[in-house]
Design a protein around this ligand. Structure first.
Ligand code: IMP
Ligand code: MG
Length: 172
């Protein structure tokens, strides 16, 4: 059995999400915002963030799949579900749960350059730095952590623990 240690409480998360939403609302006040959640992990973060953003916006989702099953991404990535809103001329904010090696985000950034969006920025709840392999620019970061395998608030281990209100680190 893995041991769970509390890393971020639901209260800490709520307060930080409110700050991020305020910043995003200010930055995109005169823009044409569409927030795109990266499934599955970002579904809870996006739900809370979107409800705290005070300017008009649209919501869509993409799903990224990496081949192979492991706690770290395999490096070979494909878009399993694309956005359905037309992004031509839109200000896109990609909403991620966590950036680890940076492989997914580096790939997504390239992919979204092909679209005709007016701008593409990244918002990630967690920037986990220790295993970073690709240099990536994250425009809005909820929390910066060095290490740990985290679950809760959308984050899973083998599809479990996503609905925990707090974020825990798993010790195997
Ligand atoms: P990256 O491509 O290595 O940056 O990994 C990004 C993806 O790996 C995230 O979107 C998560 O789905 C998964 N991941 C990385 N670290 C964790 C973690 O600590 N807990 C749960 N999922 C993680
Ligand atoms: Mg993810």
């Amino acid at each position: 059995m893995a041991v769970r240690q509390l890393v971020l409480s639901s209260r800490q998360i709520r307060d930080r999400v409110a700050e991020l939403a305020q910043q995003i609302s200010a930055d995109y006040a005169d823009r044409n915002l569409v927030m795109i959640g990266v499934l599955n992990g970002a579904f809870i973060f996006l739900a809370d963030l979107a409800r705290a953003v005070t300017i008009p916006h649209q919501i869509d989702f993409i799903r990224v799949a990496s081949y192979g099953q492991s706690a770290t991404s395999s490096g070979t990535i494909r878009l399993a579900k694309d956005a359905e809103i037309d992004l031509d001329g839109r200000d896109v904010l990609l909403v991620e749960d966590i950036v680890d090696t940076g492989t997914t985000l580096a790939w997504l950034t390239e992919k979204f350059k092909e679209k005709k969006a007016a701008s593409v920025r990244i918002c990630s709840l967690i920037d986990k730095q220790e295993r970073r392999e690709r240099e990536v620019r994250i425009d809005y970061v909820g929390f910066t952590l060095q290490q740990g395998f985290l679950v809760g608030y959308g984050l899973d281990y083998a599809e479990q623990h996503r609905s925990l209100p707090d974020i825990y680190s798993l010790q195997f």
